[in-house]
Design a protein around this ligand. Structure first.
Ligand SMILES: Cc1cc2nc3c(=O)[nH]c(=O)nc-3n(C[C@H](O)[C@H](O)[C@H](O)COP(=O)(O)O)c2cc1C
Length: 367
């Protein structure tokens, strides 16, 4: 079934063309968030729909040229290239086997695939992770389920991508959903004038920390914290405090983490993190803090895989239910008895940390 619509580019004088579109939508999913794409009707989209009918396709795209994320599809589609000026939101086939998702504009010989309808330019930049590398993008004919895939949610903000890399390393070690917080104002240079803007934002918060007006605006977030029982907060340090952007999110949602397990990872150039810990305790007043916060300074950033692994072990992070199941189903590890979180049988209960006794999770706090 076809619909004849004026395409999104109908308002552009040089491309005032009518596009026929497919009634079948495609969905682009990034970090669990799906956006519908209206597909134009051409040989390329028909072949793409046929391919997606076999199942979703996940590609790894990279930012390029300040206007797009793009990369190889892993298969070829028929081309009908024309010289066009692609606009924000356009979904483009380049050279027959690459997909480009535009957050800016660029003139080139392209085949149009479709258009992300629902987002404005600034929302597109957030959704497409403009500026990032190795962005996992899933193309499908159904939106991704919004159901959480883990009990753990990693919440982070990153300005120069150190925290982003920390989160990538962390999620290579644990099974967790990820929520990245973005500022509303994407053009702010927090480091300008000797980091003065970052300082100004923090001064405004410090002057009146209980007022929502003190906190810089962030992009809306739709993730429900009710779905999670463990949170790991990853934040840059600014002027020895928690970066203002993440403070905004926690000011509004920190109370929802009451009674839940919360861990904190802080990235700084070199400053110590006690001020960030104090901010976290103010913004998430009733958290069950999982051990000490992990501090990764820039000199140690390259060593983050080991630091994170050791920290996870120190705070006793684990998917308790999976391990109990493993113990129950592993014929080499019989019950009853005392086990550590790797399923190894212990002679006696440890003085500190989490262990399993007769299939029941126990926490020893004596140091
Ligand atoms: C506004 C601002 C203020 C900062 N203040 C400090 C500071 O007081 N001490 C420090 O060691 N690093 C400071 N930094 C550096 C960051 O903490 C550090 O580069 C961190 O790794 C950045 O994480 P990100 O790349 O995820 O944004 C500051 C950075 C910015 C942007």
């Amino acid at each position: 079934m076809l619909a004849l619509l004026m395409g999104s580019c109908a308002d552009k004088s040089n491309e005032a063309i009518a596009q026929t579109t497919l009634s079948q939508k495609m969905y682009i999913t990034i970090d669990g968030v799906s956006q519908p794409v209206t597909l134009y009707n051409n040989a390329a989209t028909q072949a793409l729909v046929a391919k997606l009918e076999e199942g979703p396709v996940t590609v790894t795209l990279n930012s390029s040229g300040g206007f797009e994320i793009w990369g190889a599809l892993g298969f070829s589609l028929p081309t009908s290239n024309e010289q066009i000026t692609a606009q924000p939101g356009d979904v483009i086939l380049y050279n027959g086997s690459n997909i480009c998702l535009m957050y800016g504009s660029n003139s080139w010989s392209y085949t149009r695939l479709g258009h992300i309808d629902a987002l404005n330019e600034s929302e597109l930049r957030s959704f497409l992770k403009a500026g990032d590398s190795n962005i996992e993008v899933t193309l499908s004919l159904q939106p991704a389920s919004s159901e959480p895939t883990s009990n753990t949610l990693v919440i982070y903000y990153s300005y120069t991508n150190h925290c982003h890399e920390i989160v990538q390393t962390l999620t290579s070690q644990i099974d967790a959903d990820v929520l990245r917080i973005y500022p509303k104002d994407k053009n702010q240079q927090y480091e300008a004038n000797g980091y003065a803007i970052g300082m100004q934002l923090l001064n405004t918060i410090n002057a009146n920390p209980n007022s929502a007006d003190s906190y810089p605006e962030i992009d809306p977030v739709s993730v429900s914290l009710d779905d999670y029982d463990t949170f790991i907060i990853v934040t840059p340090l600014w002027w020895s405090q928690m970066a203002a952007i993440l403070q905004t999110y926690l000011f509004h949602h920190g109370a929802e983490m009451a009674g839940k397990d919360v861990g904190l990872i802080v990235s700084s150039h070199s400053s110590g993190i006690s001020g960030v810990v104090a901010d976290a305790e103010r913004l998430i007043p009733d958290a069950n803090w999982m051990g000490q916060a992990l501090w990764i300074n820039n000199a140690n950033h390259g060593n983050r895989a080991t630091l994170i692994k050791n920290w996870l072990s120190d705070i006793g992070y684990s998917d308790i239910s999976t391990i109990i199941e493993d113990i129950n189903t592993d014929s080499h590890v019989g019950l009853p008895g005392i086990y550590n979180l790797n399923g190894q049988k212990l002679e006696t209960a440890p003085d500190s940390g989490i262990y399993i006794e007769n299939g029941v999770k126990k926490i020893a706090t004596k140091k």
